[in-house]
Design a binder for this molecule. Structure first.
Ligand SMILES: NC(=O)c1ccc[n+]([C@@H]2O[C@H](COP(=O)([O-])OP(=O)(O)OC[C@H]3O[C@@H](n4cnc5c(N)ncnc54)[C@H](O)[C@@H]3O)[C@@H](O)[C@H]2O)c1
Length: 281
């Protein structure tokens, strides 16, 4: 199946980046969000990022052409109208994702593939109520989307081969390098990434070392490009807490969220997006 129009639902950290790479790769993109403020911010972020890429000679085509392929709206009808691929990037809450795909099932074309950018939730469960479970797949992008090469493609229990093939072709078309993994809590990436973040926060709680030194230890000792606490700030403490809660319920004790993380989220210290997390921005 040829994908021409991509609908991206949720214009936050991930949604605007996904919309940017899709529009840059020649797709028509409709970006939807419940918040007009978020949509306006998303367009400015995409414009800023495209201009930066263009100034470094790393953008194929003109900024105006890419922006010309991107439309934004808070009306689900117009966002989903004619979409061949619907990518959901709303907060990591099962109820929210189920409700969104319930609406999308009624409004998107029958042939459309539904993809979820969930970091940890069950793709099989998200698919079950859509009436097209064979055409539901996980497309797990990484932050920042225009920079990160990996696309983790998650095969739900009912996902068919044609959908996986379409997802792999789509990944290549947008310049990503895919891996296909089975739908299992935390997939391949989040399961390992979260456990490292979880332990790093426990080490801060226990006073083993400062956040800067824990990050430095992993960067210089293990050649990680970013430390686990810097990464937690980039991802968002609330996002990481939600993933930990889910993996704790599914996989057990090793994922129990540290009390310090809960406290920081309660205090609104969400990382880069709020100006403070393990570091101040
Ligand atoms: N932040 C990361 O680094 C990262 C990485 C990979 C995957 N993810 C996953 O991507 C998803 C989104 O995460 P994020 O960090 O972009 O979240 P975010 O909070 O930055 O953005 C979510 C957006 O969804 C919008 N939204 C909420 N309800 C909606 C609805 N019903 N319809 C349309 N829009 C709605 C919000 O207004 C917000 O703009 C989550 O499932 C998360 O686990 C996040």
């Amino acid at each position: 199946m040829e994908i021409r129009k991509v609908a991206v639902l949720g214009a936050g950290t991930m949604g605007h980046g996904i919309a940017q790479v899709c529009a840059s790769s020649g797709f028509q993109v409709a970006l939807g969000d419940v918040s007009d403020v978020q949509l306006a911010k998303a367009v400015e972020k995409v414009r800023g990022s495209l201009e930066k890429l263009a100034s470094k000679g790393r953008l194929q085509g003109e900024v105006a052409d890419v922006l010309g392929r991107l439309s934004v709206s808070s009306s689900m009808d117009s966002v989903l109208d004619g979409a061949d691929l619907v990518i959901e990037a709303v907060p990591e809450k099962m109820e929210l994702k189920l409700e969104l795909f319930r609406v999308a099932s009624a409004k998107a074309p029958a042939h459309a593939i539904f993809a979820t950018n969930t970091s940890s939730l069950s793709v099989t469960e998200i698919a079950a109520d859509t009436g097209r479970a064979e055409r539901v797949v996980g497309l797990h992008f990484f932050n920042p989307v225009p920079v990160m090469e990996l696309l983790e493609i998650v095969r739900g229990l009912s996902t068919d081969d044609a959908t996986i093939e379409a997802a792999v072709a789509f990944a290549k078309r947008i310049g990503k390098d895919p891996v296909v993994v089975k739908d299992w809590p935390g997939f391949a990436t989040s399961r390992l990434g979260i456990i490292l973040g979880c332990e790093a926060i426990r080490m801060v709680e226990q006073g083993v070392a400062s956040p800067a030194d824990i990050d430095k230890a992993m960067k210089l000792g293990y050649r990680h490009p970013m430390g686990p606490l810097e990464l937690t700030d980039l991802v968002g403490l609330d996002v990481r807490l939600a993933i930990m809660e889910h993996l704790f319920a599914e996989l057990g004790e090793q994922f129990r969220p540290p009390a310090l993380l809960r406290q920081m989220v309660r205090a609104g210290k969400l990382g880069r997006k709020s100006g403070e997390g393990f570091y101040t921005y």
